[in-house]
Design a protein around this ligand. Structure first.
Ligand SMILES: Cc1cc2nc3c(=O)[nH]c(=O)nc-3n(C[C@H](O)[C@H](O)[C@H](O)COP(=O)(O)OP(=O)(O)OC[C@H]3O[C@@H](n4cnc5c(N)ncnc54)[C@H](O)[C@@H]3O)c2cc1C
Ligand code: SF4
Length: 573
């Protein structure tokens, strides 16, 4: 165990506080950073812009009729959360967990709408409401530039991160099935949730006719007890919390573990404004934050600062931390800070019905509700096949199935009642496509807009290139092809322009690399310019493969913390 250099001292509110390590943000990355470092004996201060999370806030079993507006009044949500409520996970149950879009805005240039959703203000960040799909990257992703010549390779390879994937998966609890795919490596899985009838039929026929891999979603929902957390009981709405802690939320896992060590102190409602530097500009000495309740500024000092505020938010902090030496953003001697923003395209897919399956629907609220469905692995531009030609990289699909009454049956009276009871068994798949990291997609500070705390906000510039447009078209066409192969009827496909982007998987903007002239971070997410400053969320991603990012975010954070510990041990920080 490392000896702590400083005791965490909390003096009067007006005075500064200090600790060994300061972590900003308590979501997927910040939770792991706190756990790893506090368990190693360091004194950690966790600064979180949101409120504390608690089981008392969880409403997964609360019926809508117990709510004031029966969860049926979107216009009321839109008054304070016009962006957040575009996705129905921000609803009457959960709206208070999300940022107030009017108090904490961002801007976009004319003609480039961007929906920055999933901005949480609770301990646990986005892991409170995430979809939990947990997939590994492979060297097909880390070394993509070497394969197709576009962009930069990551400064690490699969072998470097593999033990950390193992460690994180065992702790998080990922249900999944081993499929033996080189480009989607298997992990340390809990037993998978069985596929239902139409999912099984879809998987078998798509495999047989098209040779594509369909599997139960690899998901952070427990099927076996783990560390005091219960297995999932299939009630359904994970995005409203889980009193049995059966899905992974950093609030009741990593953060709770860190706090239990006695070495970590959570400072809630702490909106970090900027990183503070030593007078000689060589080392970060701490951060300045605004207390969201009193709106007063506060400082915390530390030996090292780790930003884990979610990719745009961490980059915003760096841009707001400009100094005389780093006039265009802290640790930005390369000039690439803010650039190479990526976020998956997910505006194409399809659905179909399986009338041959006679499963009977259960009335709303009854029966098990499987919180996960199917995943279709990437099949374009891979090994053992010539390049696809129409675009670079690839996409996967998330899919869900339903067994419902035929509510829109024609007719009325007795005939309608009869037709209504006919079961409708469907599959609906949505593509998630890789967006190439391009200089032209970037964030900057808007010089004319501040949030209610007086902090300059981001202006987000993002648009599709020809590569995304071609990929979106293929995502729609291929969805139709697979549903057709599976024998579905009433197939509907769509392929829409991605703007405004439904951004949930944003990455880049402070990318990792070996060359300090072309990147902000090294392979351990340490800034090239300021040795005791780290950024451990997805802003360090060199590219944004089509697999969902969070398993990789968490695994990288643990790896980088181990590096930080070794650097502290040898006195390099
Ligand atoms: C609806 C939804 C579904 C998703 N589904 C999936 C999925 O299926 N699979 C997957 O891999 N990923 C999914 N994601 C993405 C996933 O949630 C994120 O990748 C992950 O949570 C990011 O981790 P993070 O640590 O970077 O940020 P977060 O988990 O968002 O945590 C950041 C924390 O920092 C705090 N913060 C922000 N700014 C400041 C500041 N200035 N000062 C102090 N604190 C600050 C925030 O309040 C927040 O608590 C989904 C996201 C959403 C919204
Ligand atoms: S479906 Fe499972 S993981 Fe989701 S809230 Fe219910 S018990 Fe928890």
């Amino acid at each position: 165990m490392l000896a702590s250099r400083f005791e965490l001292e909390f003096m009067s509110e007006q005075k500064n506080q200090s600790c060994d390590i300061l972590v900003v943000g308590s979501g997927a990355s910040g939770g792991w950073a706190c756990k790893r470092l506090a368990e190693a004996g360091l004194k950690v201060a966790l600064l979180e812009a949101g409120r504390p999370q608690s089981d008392k806030n969880f409403t997964e079993h609360k019926p809508p009729f117990e709510l004031k507006y029966r969860n049926q009044a979107p216009e009321i949500l839109r008054k304070t959360r016009p962006i957040q409520s575009k996705f129905d996970i921000c609803n009457e149950y959960t709206q208070d967990w999300f940022v107030n879009d009017l108090e904490e805005p961002y801007t976009t240039p004319a003609g480039q709408p961007f929906d920055w959703m999933g901005r949480l203000r609770m301990t646990g960040g986005r892991t409170n409401v995430w979809g939990r799909v947990s997939l590994r990257f492979s060297d097909w992703d880390f070394k993509a530039a070497s394969h197709d010549g576009y962009g930069e390779d990551w400064p690490l390879s699969y072998k470097d991160i593999e033990p950390y994937y193992d460690l994180v998966e065992k702790y998080v609890g990922i249900t999944g099935s081993a499929e033996g795919l080189e480009h989607l490596p298997d992990g340390q899985f809990q037993p998978s949730v069985p596929l239902n009838c139409q999912e099984t039929l879809f998987r078998n026929r798509v495999k047989e006719k098209l040779g594509r891999a369909v599997m139960p979603t690899r998901s952070a929902n427990l099927t076996k007890p783990l560390n005091g957390r219960g297995p999932c009981h299939y009630c359904g709405p994970c995005e409203r919390g889980c009193t049995t802690h059966s899905y992974f939320n950093s609030a009741f896992t990593t953060v709770a573990d860190a706090l239990a060590t006695g070495n970590c102190t959570l400072i809630s409602n702490a909106m970090v404004y900027k990183v503070l530097m030593d007078p000689d500009n060589s080392h970060a000495r701490g951060v300045l934050y605004i207390d969201r309740n009193s709106c007063q500024p506060r400082e915390v000092n530390a030996r090292a600062v780790i930003l884990c505020a979610q990719s745009q938010e961490s980059v915003r902090i760096l841009l707001n931390s400009a100094t005389s030496q780093y006039s265009n953003g802290l640790a930005n001697s390369s000039g690439v800070l803010g650039h190479y923003l990526t976020a998956h395209v997910r505006s194409a897919g399809g659905s179909g019905e399986f009338p041959s399956i006679r499963s009977k629907p259960t009335p709303e609220g009854g029966g098990p509700h499987k919180p996960l469905g199917i995943y279709i692995a990437r099949f374009r531009n891979l090994q053992n096949a010539p390049p696809y030609g129409k675009f670079l990289r690839g996409f996967g699909y998330e899919g869900e199935s339903a067994t419902e009454f035929t509510w829109d049956a024609p007719g009325f009276g007795e005939a309608y009642k009869k037709a209504l009871l006919e079961p409708r068994n469907t599959i609906d798949i949505t593509g998630f496509g890789e967006v190439l990291p391009r200089w032209e997609n970037f964030v900057e500070l808007d010089p004319s807009v501040k949030d209610i705390y007086g902090i300059p906000v981001l202006k987000i510039h993002m648009s599709d290139s020809e590569n995304e447009r071609a990929m979106i078209q293929d995502m729609g066409d291929s969805a139709g092809e697979m549903l057709e192969a599976a024998g579905a009827k009433n197939i509907r496909t769509y392929a829409n322009p991605s703007a405004p982007r439904w951004a949930l998987h944003e990455a880049g903007m402070a990318r990792m690399g070996t060359d300090p002239k072309k990147s902000v971070l090294n392979q351990f997410q340490q800034t090239h310019d300021v040795k005791n400053l780290f950024v451990m969320d997805a802003s360090g991603f060199t590219s944004n493969p089509c697999q969902n990012p969070t398993l990789t975010i968490m695994s990288l954070a643990v790896r980088s913390c181990d590096y930080l510990l070794s650097e502290l041990k040898r006195g390099a920080l």
